[in-house]
Every structure is written in structure tokens, then in C-alpha cells.
Design a binder for this molecule. Structure first.
Ligand code: SF4
Length: 183
């Protein structure tokens, strides 16, 4: 299945009740040949309005951090576990994650990235399983035949300067891995 087909499916999706409150579905954007894929938690208000992922303030910080390690936003693929915004940005429910995660798995199959970066606890627990973020961050992890890298969500980095520093250092580890594996 192509990315375009997967994204068309999400736009028609009514698999969970978030379809009733969304303004737009936010399937994700970027290169269909991306070597690196970034997975956040769920769209926020700005993303819901625009239909684009990571366009609010945390998106600006993510874009800045990508550029710091030599990655252009257009060259990677950016998405989240949920494709529709939970009301008032509350934490996604398990039932919502279960309903939506097949789309993420299809996106991973279609793009076949070298590294999948999980941003924050919800992305980590939804894709890999429960793992304390303070232990998980900065690590590469092989799971289901794929390579994952775990770090904080940029929204947390935006709120807490200490997390911002740690996340920047995690991103340097990602840069080193990418340069060792040829880009
Ligand atoms: S969050 Fe996912 S499962 Fe729920 S309606 Fe949106 S696309 Fe469908």
C-alpha cells in the first residue's frame, strides 16, 4: 500500500470517536523515501487546524533540532501515533491507540526507514512497550526487525530547559549513528 493510499484511509477513518471532534486528520508528511522517521504522540490544536504534523511551537523546536544535526525537515518523515487530535490535548486513550496504530505500522512498511525515532513516552509505549523515559532516552533498540531510537517529546523539551539539553544531546547520538551508517 502506498503512503497516499494510507493517508486517504486515515482521512475517511471513523475507527475511534476522535473523528467526531477533529477538524482535520493529520496523517503525517515528509519524504516517502525517508531514512529517518519521527513519531510523536498526537496532533495538537495547530496541527488539527492545518492538517500538518508538528507545526506549532514544539514543531518549530523539532525542526530546529533536525537542522542542528544536518537533517532537513523535508528529507525525513514526521507523524504521530494518533492521526486525530484528542480534545484539549489530553493523553491518548489505550482504545484510541489500538484503533489508530495500524496506520503507523502501514506507514513504516511503506517508507521502510533505517531508523524510527520515538518522541516521548506515548510513542515509546505504543510502539515498543512500557519503558521509563528517563532510562529509554538516547538509546537505540531493535524491535520487530526495525531499529528504533528513543528520546523526549519536543513539547516537554519546550517546557523544561533541562529536558531540552538532554534531548539535544540525544539528537547528537542520532547524528553520529546516521553518519556512521552512511547518512
Ligand atoms: S485517531 Fe486514528 S483511529 Fe481514531 S478516527 Fe483518527 S485516524 Fe481513525
Amino acid at each position: 500500500m502506498t503512503l497516499r493510499e494510507i493517508h486517504a484511509q486515515t482521512r475517511r477513518c471513523r475507527r475511534c470517536h476522535l473523528h467526531k471532534t477533529r477538524l482535520n486528520v493529520v496523517p503525517g508528511e515528509g519524504s516517502s523515501n525517508a531514512k529517518v522517521m519521527f513519531v510523536g504522540e498526537a496532533p495538537g490544536a495547530e496541527e488539527d487546524k492545518s492538517g500538518r504534523p508538528f507545526v506549532g511551537r514544539s514543531g518549530e523546536l523539532l525542526t530546529e533540532m533536525l537542522e542542528e544535526i544536518g537533517l532537513q525537515r523535508e528529507s525525513v518523515f514526521i507523524t504521530s501515533v494518533l492521526k486525530c487530535r484528542p480534545p484539549r490535548n489530553r493523553t491518548p486513550l489505550v482504545s484510541e491507540i489500538e484503533a489508530c496504530i495500524p496506520y503507523l505500522h502501514r506507514q513504516i512498511e511503506a517508507i521502510n526507514p533505517r531508523i524510527i525515532v520515538l518522541l516521548g513516552g506515548v510513542a515509546i509505549s505504543s510502539v515498543i512497550g512500557p519503558w521509563k523515559l528517563s532510562d529509554a532516552h538516547g538509546r537505540f533498540y531493535e524491535h520487530d526487525g526495525r531499529t528504533f531510537f528513543m528520546t523526549y517529546h519536543p513539547a516537554a523539551a519546550l517546557r523544561f530547559p533541562k529536558i531540552r539539553t538532554v534531548m539535544r544531546s540525544d539528537m547528537q547520538a542520532l547524528r553520529e549513528e546516521l553518519s556512521m551508517s552512511g547518512g
